[in-house]
Design a protein around this ligand. Structure first.
Ligand SMILES: Cc1cc2nc3c(=O)[nH]c(=O)nc-3n(C[C@H](O)[C@H](O)[C@H](O)COP(=O)(O)O)c2cc1C
Length: 188
């Protein structure tokens, strides 16, 4: 699959089963992730891989956040949090590890990490895998942030759920013309 085909045919799905990318495929995916534009070459990225039984610990982290935020949460709510990381065989947490810099505002470092997340999604698709980029409350939760190593202004930019598509929702019908305009030079 060439680059343009990968870019224009990627589709998210939450219906993910084995296999997930591993070994050389995963190396290719991370090679693509670290080739994103990066103002100041600050390398503001951290990728945390959860697979197999480690996913249970991610679920426990989500439960820890729920316990702190809602001490009266039901058993079912905790069960739901525990199961979340099992929605895919592989979960990659993408964290923007940012620093104060005289020329590179933090937002640019977060954008670079977002681009890395997108390169992961695209390259996984190009290799025949599928996934969905999720955020939700855990991205912004202090307990989750601390447990995953996001400190200060660091930002969890996404939980990338990856595997093989069981099914895909239909492709949305979006018109390029709705989003693109050409700036016409004023007549002098
Ligand atoms: C930063 C970011 C956060 C997202 N968070 C969620 C999320 O928490 N839950 C969700 O269902 N979709 C989330 N999405 C949207 C999906 O990743 C996906 O783009 C959407 O379902 C549309 O499908 P498509 O990518 O095939 O067009 C997020 C997308 C981005 C870019």
């Amino acid at each position: 699959m060439d680059a343009l085909e990968a870019l224009t045919t990627r589709k998210s799905t939450a219906q993910l089963i084995d296999p997930a990318p591993e070994g050389q495929d995963l190396e290719k995916i991370f090679s693509a992730a670290i080739r994103v534009p990066d103002h100041g070459c600050l390398r503001p990225w951290q990728f945390v891989i959860f697979k197999d039984e480690a996913r249970a610990e991610l679920g426990q982290i989500f439960c820890g956040a729920l316990e702190l935020n809602d001490p009266n949460a039901s058993e079912a709510a905790f069960e739901k949090e525990l199961k979340k990381p099992y929605r895919a065989p592989l979960v990659i947490v993408v964290i923007a590890k940012v620093q104060d810099h005289p020329k590179v505002p933090i937002v640019e470092q977060v954008l670079s990490a977002g681009a890395a997340a997108q390169n992961i999604m695209i390259s996984a698709h190009a290799l025949g895998f599928a996934g969905i980029w999720r955020t939700g409350a855990p991205c912004y939760d202090d307990f989750v942030r601390e447990r995953l190593g996001a400190t200060g202004e660091d930002q969890i930019v996404g939980f990338l759920y990856l595997g093989t598509a069981k099914s895909f929702p239909p492709m949305p019908d979006v018109s390029i013309a709705d989003y693109v305009m050409e700036w016409k030079a004023a007549k002098i």
